[in-house]
Design a protein around this ligand. Structure first.
Ligand SMILES: [Zn+2]
Length: 259
């Protein structure tokens, strides 16, 4: 235990670590990037209270370790309860996009890593993949996820992954609903079709472009409920482990091993 008293009533989000100072009661908001300069979960960290009249040391601990897309879903729900329906919709759409990226990184990079522990090549491929996808809009990134499933992009080694990453298209691959229906079976088909049918990006675009459209309570609820169901189910279909830490120290074949 640290002798420094901990922040209490902690609230942790993708961007911030918040809590109340045990000395003065001030609500501290530490931004992970700007204040903590650390974007991994905080195991334990001493900071000074942000209240200028206090400035006493406080201990940050008990951080959440959920993947980014799950933190964004939680935030989207919080926005809904606060009746901030525009932010609820924008954050739900962002959760989808962050989820697509997590799946593609996991399939193309994290899972082959235990079979070819070449950290230099891994970092090069990570940069290459990022340079490919950083400009992909929602539908392009979603279609790359569909393509990964339909074409069974399951590289066993980083060398195989390199070929697949090089071949990722500059234009969005056209994926038809019928392709998913005819080539995928069972629960995964049902979940991919639900994703295909989702109009979350159109609702998001209305909020951004159409005179800053304000969604109703019900419209935002539909987006949120659909996002939670679609992403949580697909996480189990396509993951469930979707972070590099899940594979970094895994034995060979852990990524695509098993039956
Ligand atoms: Zn304080």
């Amino acid at each position: 235990m640290s002798p420094t008293p901990s922040l209490f009533e902690i609230r942790t989000t993708y961007e911030n670590f918040e809590g109340r100072c045990p000395h003065c009661g001030f609500w501290n908001i530490f931004n992970r990037v700007s204040d903590l300069k650390f974007t991994r979960p905080i195991a334990g960290r001493e900071m000074a209270c942000l209240n200028a009249a206090c400035r006493k040391p406080v201990w940050l601990t008990n951080d959440r370790i959920d993947p980014a897309f799950e933190l964004l879903l939680t935030e989207s729900e919080e926005f809904w309860h606060q009746k901030r329906y525009m932010l609820c919709v924008l954050t739900a759409a962002q959760a989808y996009e962050v989820f697509f990226v997590a799946v593609v990184y996991t399939w193309l990079l994290y899972r082959p890593f235990p079979n070819q522990r070449d950290l230099k090549l891994f970092n090069e491929l990570s940069k290459l993949l990022y340079s490919k996808i950083r400009k992909y809009p929602y539908l392009h990134m979603r279609n790359v996820l569909f393509q990964a499933v339909l074409e069974e992009m399951k590289p066993q080694t980083l060398d195989e992954a390199h070929t697949l990453i090089d071949a990722l298209p500059d234009k969005s691959p056209g994926v038809k609903r019928e392709e998913i229906v005819s080539r995928v079976r069972g629960r995964l088909r049902e979940d991919l079709v639900r994703l295909f049918d989702s109009k979350v990006n159109e609702t998001r675009n209305l909020v951004i472009h159409m005179h800053a459209y304000r969604p109703s309570r019900m419209a935002a609820a539909r987006v949120l409920v659909e996002a939670k169901k679609t992403i949580n189910r697909l996480k189990h279909d396509l993951g469930p482990d979707l972070e590099f830490e899940d594979y970094a120290n895994a034995p060979p074949d852990a990524g695509y091993g098993g039956p």
